[in-house]
Design a binder for this molecule. Structure first.
Ligand code: DAH
Length: 332
């Protein structure tokens, strides 16, 4: 039965060819294999040539099987050839007398390092670190913080709103301050927390602006907290981060959720550089979360760890933090 024999020979050919291919592991052996099986006078080519002598039905079946096998063998061959090439180092390229090299190890991202430094300074002063949602509701990001829809201060924040069929009050938080309201809503005083996390703003980027960045928020609420507590805490923070002799300056500033509001700057080679905003929690904010604003007072602050790291490490462009360029990251 010649026909059965032909299809059997495709099977056998496949078994022989794959076994031989596995055994060949140098470029020379692979070339010999290629000539034997896929070459112009090779075994597979002979099977294909012999198709003409078969009956039409058999011809189709055997032809299809043989062509399939050819494709399969060709790709197996390419794979083995690549392997063989990568296994064979060019002669003389390995000096086995060289000492071993230390393997590189990963490290914390510079933003993470700065966030940890900042939160640790506050942790040591009794503040607890917590985190909150990056996708936030308008209520927390704005309303409860005394920034109603028609408040001009909303223009300060170029907001990225989330497209949703079901609601129109979802956004990427523009600051970490919404966590002030979330914490107060869920906890009774005394409160001392720091909240690190990502924030997002719809803005074009330049050396000092990114559309996403980190902030560290702080909040302390209790009976009898005064502006002196705010200053004392932030002085101590500046001493821990910038060293004991660093000069610090407070000036009036405006933020809708504090009253009075301030900005704190540090002396940097004779120049005042603003590093954070702060203030006494606005009575309206305390009332918004259901606190008795006659009984409780508090202070809040917010800062950008990337900006502080830029100062400390003499980094000229905030965009470096998020480019994932190892030439930058490995310097930390
Ligand atoms: N949320 C403000 C911003 O993103 C920063 C800030 C200012 C936070 C004053 C505060 C604060 O808690 O008291 O610009």
């Amino acid at each position: 039965m010649p026909t059965t024999q032909s299809s059997e020979s495709v099977e056998k050919l496949k078994a022989d060819a794959t076994r031989a291919l596995r055994a060949a592991d140098s470029a020379e052996q692979l070339e010999a294999w290629r000539v034997e099986y896929l070459g112009r006078k090779g075994r597979l080519t002979s099977v294909l040539r012999a198709l003409g002598s078969l009956e039409i039905k058999e011809r189709k079946a055997v032809g299809a099987a043989a062509n399939r096998l050819r494709t399969e063998l060709e790709s197996l061959f390419d794979e083995r050839l690549l392997q063989a090439k990568s296994n064979t180092a060019p002669a003389g390229s390995i000096d086995i007398t060289l000492p071993g090299r230390k393997s590189g190890s990963g490290g914390l991202h510079p933003s993470t390092q700065m966030i940890r430094e900042i939160t640790q300074a506050f942790n040591e002063m009794g503040f607890q670190t917590i985190e909150g949602p990056e996708i936030e509701l308008e209520r927390y990001n704005f309303d409860l913080l005394n920034i109603p829809a028609d408040h001009p201060a909303r223009d300060q924040w170029d907001t990225i709103w989330v497209d949703s069929d079901s609601r129109s009050d979802v956004l990427l938080r523009t600051h970490t301050s919404p966590m002030q309201a979330r914490v107060m809503e869920n906890t009774d005083p005394p409160i001392r927390v720091v909240v690190p996390g990502k924030c997002y703003r719809y803005e074009s980027t330049d050396a000092t602006h990114e559309w996403h960045f980190n902030q560290v928020e702080g909040l302390a609420v209790d009976e009898g907290i005064t502006f002196a507590d705010l200053k004392g805490t932030l002085y101590e923070f500046a001493r821990r981060i910038f060293g004991p002799s660093r000069k610090v300056r407070f000036r009036c500033d405006y933020f809708p959720f504090v009253e009075p509001g301030v900005e704190m700057s540090v002396d940097w080679n004779g120049e005042w550089i603003e590093i954070l905003g702060a203030g006494m929690v606005h009575p309206k904010v305390l009332k918004n979360v259901g606190y008795d604003s006659d009984k409780y007072t508090g202070f809040a602050f917010g800062m950008g760890p990337e900006r502080i790291s830029m100062l400390q490490n003499d980094i000229s462009d905030i965009r470096h933090f998020f480019r994932n360029d190892l030439r930058f990251l490995t310097q930390f």
